[in-house]
Design a binder for this molecule. Structure first.
Ligand code: HEM
Ligand code: HEM
Length: 337
């Protein structure tokens, strides 16, 4: 914790150079996206497990607070992706290092250039929604209360990780610790390469996903009745978010459920990349606290496993007409409460 505070205060005090700022921005944007991803994959899995909860989750995405967050999220993904590509390029071309501050500035410039048209597109959807005479959104209290189970879940996982780390600390023998150390370097080399390969693969997947969910159709169109669902030929007849997801996951192109495969690849790569990144950050700040350092690793493994299992199971199952009926009934009472 002290190291975290020192990182921020020293960067501010010395008005760090562009390299230092881009490191901080890369870290903060990566962490922000991991946090969103945790809520998002759990929420999305409700489309199959608890359709009524998914209706509520998308209604939360359509509130002013989340709309602001959505702009921040897109900015974070775009900056992190472009800066990640810069890091990868310099890792493999160390002789270009002398140009690294210009490259960091170029990344900032490209991020802004890319965000301007994207934000204009996104803003168009927001304006269209707020110009509708019968638009409805949830209140702030409702939004905050709906996120409390996540806070409790994350807190509970952290406590569990500390208990597990304490127990492991009592049973771990020196020999086991030494074996881990020896294994350590090849293990870390694997993850170093994985972060780079996965980063490159994630770029088209996550940019494609965001283009579909923010620019081509916005977050508000997920519940637009009678519209053709992006990437499919199916129409969202009930105008529920559950039918939107069902239409995408059940859509067949040449007999293949393409969006399920797409989401599988996205899920596996972003979860492994994001939670390994979270492990880097947490263990970085807990170097001198072995109990909490080990707990941080357990916490990341737990988080990644929960998302892979929940997200994977939702993708393997089929959202049927009864789930859409439940969603329709829930949507009808959502704003009348
Ligand atoms: C869009 C394409 C992406 C690219 C090109 C990319 C690239 C990178 C690279 C090169 C690193 C540095 C790895 C290292 O230090 O060894 C990194 C770290 C990280 N990434 Fe990504 N990434 C991408 C997407 C994501 C996403 C979607 C998330 C969140 C789910 C994420 C979260 C993180 C985190 C938390 C770190 C650790 C930051 C740190 O150590 O300061 N990244 N990324
Ligand atoms: C507010 C922004 C976003 C919205 C509205 C959104 C919307 C959706 C929707 C409707 C689905 C359901 C399946 C589908 O239609 O393909 C989905 C699935 C998914 N999204 Fe997003 N998305 C957003 C941002 C992101 C970001 C930034 C990431 C990655 C970092 C991401 C990763 C995923 C993954 C992995 C799945 C599959 C989840 C599962 O298997 O349960 N999404 N998203």
């Amino acid at each position: 914790m002290t190291t975290l505070v020192t990182t921020i205060t020293e960067t501010l005090r010395y008005r760090g150079n562009i390299g230092q700022w881009s490191w901080v921005l890369h870290r903060v944007s990566g962490l922000g996206v991991v946090f969103f991803l945790t809520l998002h994959v759990i929420d999305t899995s409700w489309a199959f497990f608890y359709p009524e909860l998914y209706v509520h989750a998308i209604a939360v995405y359509q509130t002013p607070l989340f709309t602001i967050g959505e702009f921040g999220l897109v900015a974070a993904v775009v900056y992190h992706a472009l800066n990640g590509l810069r890091i990868i390029m310099f890792d493999y071309r160390p002789k270009w290092w002398k140009h690294q501050s210009q490259a960091a500035l170029l990344v900032l410039g490209l991020t802004i250039m890319l965000l301007v048209p994207v934000f204009v597109g996104m803003f168009g959807h927001v304006l269209a929604f707020y110009n509708e005479p019968d638009r409805q959104t949830l209140g702030l209290v409702d939004v905050i209360v709906s996120q409390l189970p996540f806070v409790a879940g994350i807190g509970g996982a952290a406590i569990l990780a500390v208990i597990a780390s304490f127990a492991a600390g009592m049973f771990l023998q020196d020999t086991a610790a030494n074996a881990t150390l020896k294994r350590g370097s090849s293990f870390e080399r694997f993850w170093w390469s994985f972060m780079r390969v996965s980063g490159v693969l994630i770029v088209p997947l996550v940019f494609g996903h965001l283009a579909m969910m923010h620019v081509i159709q916005g977050v508000f169109d997920i519940t637009a009745q009678g519209t053709t669902v992006v990437g499919t030929t199916a129409v969202n007849l009930s105008g529920t978010s559950v039918e939107f997801v069902a239409n995408r996951w059940n859509f067949l192109f040449a007999g293949v459920a393409i969006w399920r495969f797409y989401d599988f690849a996205l899920l596996a790569l972003v979860v492994a990349h994001g939670f390994n990144g979270l492990r880097y950050v947490l263990t970085d700040y807990l170097m001198d606290r072995p109990l909490f350092r080990r707990a941080a690793v357990y916490f990341c493994v737990m988080g990644a496993s929960v998302l892979l299992i929940l997200g994977g199971l939702a993708l393997l199952n089929t959202i049927d007409s009864s789930a859409i009926e439940i969603a329709r009934a829930e949507a009808a009472i959502l704003y009348s409460e």
